[in-house]
Design a protein around this ligand. Structure first.
Ligand SMILES: Cc1cc2nc3c(=O)[nH]c(=O)nc-3n(C[C@H](O)[C@H](O)[C@H](O)COP(=O)(O)OP(=O)(O)OC[C@H]3O[C@@H](n4cnc5c(N)ncnc54)[C@H](O)[C@@H]3O)c2cc1C
Ligand code: FES
Length: 370
C-alpha cells in the first residue's frame, strides 16, 4: 500500500514536471518566433516608417495615423480592409481567400487585418484614405427612435469639422468596458446632412450582446467624449438624371435619409421612391418627417411597409416584403438606379429581384451592414 502511494506521488510529480517544461518552452517559443523585431513599412513609395513587427498591417497603419475601413474591427468578416501590397506580403492566408477574387490576387490585393508585419512591406494606400482623420467628438444627444434604435448626435470639438458626402459612414471606437478588453471599431452610416459639418447623427440598432451596440445602448452618456474616424465609403448619389429607388430596413434608413435631405438642400429633384421596411408599427420611425419630404421634393414618394400586419392595429399602408411590393413602384427599370441598405442576405435578395425586374447590375448600389 505504502509503495503504491509513493508510485502515485512520483507519477504526479513527473506529469507536473513535464507540463511545466512544456509551458516554459511555449513561452520561450512565443517570445522568439513571435518576435519579428523592427520592420520597415513603406507607403505609396513615399513615406517610410520603422514599426514593430508581428502586428497586423491594419493596426500598424492605424498607429501611423492611416485609417483603413475596417467595419468588423479586424475580424476578417467585412472584407472592407483591402489594400494593394507591392512587396513583402508573402502567401495568401486561408482567412483572406474568401474575400479576394482571382483578379484581385493577380493585383496583390490583401486583407490588411489578416496580414501581419513579418517582413518589410511596401503598400499602396489610395489618396482618399490618406485624407481620413481621427476625431474626438462629444456625445451631444441620445434619443430613442424605436425600442431598439437610438439616434445619437455627436459634436466636433474646437475647430474640428468633417467634410463628407451624403451616404458615407464613420467608424466609432468603442472604449474598453466589460464586453471588450481592448478598443474596437464599428462602422455606422451618417444619417444627417453634409452641410452640418460641425456635428453628425447616427442611427444605431441594438444587437443582443453586440460589443458596440451594447456600449451605445447601455453605457454611453450624453456629454462623454468618444473617438471616431472617417468619412468612408462610396455609397453616395451618382451625378445622373436616372430615377431612384431606395430600399432599406431598420437602421438601414440612416444613409438614405442623409441622401434625401441632401437632395432637398441641393435642389436635386430626381424622381425618387423610398421603400422602407419594418416588422410592425413599433419598428417604424421618422415616418412623419419622411412623409413631409413628399411636399418639399415633389417627385419623391415615401412608402413604409409592414411585414407583420397581424402585429399592427390600424395599419392602412403597404404590407409584405419589400421585394414583393417593389414591382408596383418600379415603373422604368431601364432608367432607374437602386440604392439598398440592409444586412447582407437581404441585400442579395433585393439585388436579385431588381435585376429580374430589369435594373442593370451596374446601377445597383448598396451598403451591406453585415
Ligand atoms: C458600412 C456599414 C455601415 C453600417 N451602418 C450601420 C448603421 O447606420 N446603423 C447600425 O445599427 N448598424 C450599422 N452597421 C452595422 C455595425 O457596423 C455593426 O456591425 C453592428 O452595429 C453590430 O455591432 P456590435 O459591435 O454591437 O456587434 P458585434 O459584437 O460585432 O456582433 C455580435 C454578434 O451579433 C451578430 N451581429 C452583428 N451585426 C448584427 C446585426 N446587424 N444583426 C444581427 N446580428 C448581428 C454578429 O454576428 C455576432 O454574433 C453598419 C455596417 C457597415 C459595414
Ligand atoms: S477589417 Fe473587416 S475584413 Fe478586415
Amino acid at each position: 500500500m505504502y509503495l503504491q502511494w509513493i508510485e502515485l506521488v512520483y507519477s504526479v510529480l513527473v506529469v507536473c514536471g513535464i507540463s511545466t517544461v512544456l509551458a516554459i518552452l511555449m513561452v520561450i517559443a512565443d517570445a522568439t518566433i513571435g518576435n519579428y523585431g523592427k520592420k520597415k513599412l513603406i507607403v505609396n513609395n513615399d513615406k517610410e516608417f520603422e514599426v514593430e513587427g508581428g502586428n497586423t498591417v491594419l493596426t500598424t497603419l492605424k498607429e501611423q495615423g492611416i485609417f483603413i475601413p475596417s467595419a468588423c474591427g479586424g475580424r476578417g468578416s467585412c472584407g472592407l480592409c483591402k489594400l494593394k501590397i507591392d512587396e513583402g506580403g508573402g502567401d495568401y492566408l486561408p482567412t483572406e481567400l474568401s474575400w479576394i477574387t482571382k483578379e484581385e490576387q493577380k493585383d496583390n490585393i490583401r486583407l490588411c487585418c489578416q496580414l501581419k508585419m513579418k517582413n518589410d512591406l511596401k503598400v499602396t494606400v489610395p489618396d482618399e484614405l490618406l485624407e481620413i482623420k481621427e476625431y474626438e467628438v462629444k456625445v451631444d444627444k441620445i434619443v430613442d427612435l424605436t425600442h431598439d434604435i437610438k439616434c445619437i448626435t455627436f459634436v466636433f470639438q474646437g475647430d474640428d469639422k468633417m467634410e463628407f458626402k451624403a451616404g458615407q459612414f464613420v467608424q466609432l471606437e468603442v472604449p474598453e468596458y466589460e464586453l471588450c478588453e481592448e478598443t474596437v471599431y464599428r462602422a455606422y452610416s451618417i444619417s444627417s446632412v453634409p452641410s452640418e459639418n460641425k456635428r453628425f447623427q447616427l442611427q444605431i440598432k441594438y444587437v443582443s450582446n453586440g460589443i458596440c451596440t451594447t456600449y451605445v445602448h447601455k453605457h454611453m452618456q450624453e456629454g462623454e467624449i468618444i473617438k471616431m474616424n472617417g468619412p468612408y465609403g462610396d455609397f453616395y448619389l451618382t451625378d445622373t438624371d436616372s430615377e431612384l429607388i431606395f430600399m432599406a430596413v431598420g437602421s438601414g434608413m440612416a444613409p438614405i435619409k442623409s441622401i434625401l435631405m441632401d437632395m432637398l438642400e441641393r435642389g436635386i429633384n430626381r424622381k425618387a421612391t423610398f421603400l422602407f421596411g419594418a416588422k410592425n408599427t413599433d419598428d417604424l420611425f421618422l415616418v412623419d418627417e419622411l412623409k413631409s419630404l413628399e411636399k418639399k421634393l415633389p417627385d419623391f414618394k415615401f412608402v413604409p411597409i409592414i411585414s407583420r400586419p397581424e402585429e399592427s392595429k390600424d395599419w392602412n399602408g403597404e404590407t409584405g416584403r419589400l421585394s414583393e411590393i417593389l414591382p408596383k413602384y418600379l415603373k422604368k427599370p431601364e432608367n432607374t438606379e437602386a440604392y439598398l441598405c440592409a444586412g447582407e442576405r437581404v441585400i442579395i435578395s433585393y439585388k436579385q429581384k431588381l435585376m429580374e425586374l430589369g435594373i442593370p447590375e451596374n446601377k445597383i448600389f448598396y451598403d451591406s451592414f453585415g
